[in-house]
Design a protein. Structure first.
Length: 168
């Protein structure tokens, strides 16, 4: 995955609309389906939990199918990019201790992974207005810069490939 510059205002606007549409569809769909099931199959005991649950499950499946079909629509470009970025950062985070240890030993691929992780995290946190931990990120970036200088390597987020994580 390559880091891309995206418009924060457009991303937030599209994300909020997608979330609102999903929430609205979930509420209306699950209530509507559950109501139809209750009318079609009334329960003598008065408990309709299973019909309500089935309404939620069917609606969630329908929303997932719709999102899957429209995921490549230009309207969802930024939302999908951020989703993929979060997945890529999560893959690195799961192996972060081993990656940092490898970077300490001078592993160039580990340094590229760390650079991608720090650059992607910075972008993600700025998009989500989560700037509280930016100081910690700056400290980690400084440590990476020191390692890069020691081993005469120039870490680049552009050179990172997720396939290199298998070695850690």
């Amino acid at each position: 995955m390559k880091l891309q510059q995206i418009d924060k205002a457009r991303y937030r606007k599209h994300l909020n609309r997608v979330l609102a549409a999903c929430i609205g569809a979930l509420v209306l769909g699950s209530l509507g389906i559950a109501r139809l099931l209750i009318i079609a199959f009334p329960s003598a005991s008065g408990s309709h939990f299973h019909w309500n649950l089935l309404g939620v499950i069917i609606t969630c499946a329908a929303i997932a199918l719709v999102l899957k079909r429209v995921q490549h629509h230009p309207y969802l470009r930024e939302v999908l990019y951020v989703w993929h970025l979060k997945q890529a950062l999560n893959q690195i985070t799961r192996r972060l201790r081993k990656i940092k240890a490898a970077a300490e030993q001078g592993n160039v691929e580990a340094m590229h992974a760390l650079q991608f992780n720090y650059s992607g995290s910075r972008q993600l946190w700025q998009l989500d207005d989560n700037t509280i931990t930016m100081d910690e990120l700056a400290l980690e970036q400084a440590k990476l810069d020191t390692l890069a200088e020691r081993y005469q390597v120039e870490p680049s987020a552009e050179r990172y490939h997720s396939s290199t994580l298998k070695q850690f």
